[in-house]
Design a protein around this ligand. Structure first.
Ligand code: GLN
Length: 201
């Protein structure tokens, strides 16, 4: 790997373009990943927001589910936002019985956890590892993390309101996940953190 890592964005469904753009402005070479050869060529992978059960089905259809599980097991750095967090989890609550996940993070997440009243909302978060101003977090039918395993570091929680204290950002070794969507704000610090994680790997 050069100082400019190649980072893939899983491009089966969801907000792929925003992540590609955010990665490019954070110093990576960014490519969409739809096939095995693309998955094999990347130094890190972003799993975007979208709909986790649809992405799970498409991972199977595109024959990427097992190869991606294997690469994660081998230590591939990954960042999952929202539906991507759900896919990276080891246990998912309130999902479809046939939905698959990737076991990249020892966490239990609840889908659509914030409920109808606060379905979509924004908040300013303190984020461990990101200095300066709080991170503006946009939540869209987001999951939260209900359990973290011993190797998992909690990076951010909802600061206030009806969902206060729920965990919304975690890291376990080379795998990062947020309940929210940093790609829709102009703030590139979460993507920068992930690019630095890939460089350091
Ligand atoms: N609710 C979606 C799911 O269950 C996630 C929403 C999102 O990624 N913005 O997959």
């Amino acid at each position: 790997m050069t100082n400019q890592p190649t980072i893939g964005v899983l491009a089966l469904q969801g907000d792929v373009r925003e992540h590609l753009a955010a990665l490019e402005t954070s110093g990576a070479r960014a490519i969409g990943v739809r096939r095995l050869s693309e998955l094999e060529s990347v130094d890190g992978l972003v799993i975007p927001g979208g709909e986790s059960t649809t992405m799970s089905r498409l991972l199977t259809v595109f024959e990427l589910l097992d190869p991606l599980r294997a690469r994660l097991k081998d230590g591939l750095p990954a960042y999952g936002s929202c539906a991507g967090m759900i896919l990276l989890a080891s246990e998912v609550l309130d999902t479809r019985p046939d939905a698959q996940h990737l076991d990249g993070l020892d966490i239990t997440v609840r889908r659509n956890a914030f409920g109808r009243q606060v379905d979509s909302f924004e908040s300013d978060l303190e984020f461990t590892g990101i200095d300066g101003d709080p991170v503006r977090a946009v939540f869209i039918r987001a999951p939260w993390v209900e359990r973290v395993g011993p190797g998992v570091e909690v990076l951010a929680r909802v600061p206030e309101g009806p969902a206060a204290d729920h965990i919304v950002a975690v890291r376990q070794g080379p795998v990062l996940a947020t309940s929210f969507h940093p790609e829709v704000t102009g703030d590139r610090r979460v993507h920068q953190l992930f690019v630095d994680m890939v460089r350091g790997n």
